[in-house]
Design a protein. Sequence first.
Length: 70
Amino acid sequence: MTSPAVPEGVTVTVEGDTASASVVVAASPHGVFEFLRRPANHPAISGDATVKGTRVGPEVLGDGDRVTTK
């Protein structure tokens, strides 16, 4: 089995049955949070493409909102 290409600047760690990836982005913490708190953006950041475009709930997540998966 071959591994997919890892984009430049991305660090991948695999330990047992857990994998993670990280990258440094040229954005402020506020800018990153603004992107992440919008459920409409979640399909774009789904690493395994399991998050689809259909969503139920608020347009923007705020303090105290909860996110669950089924």
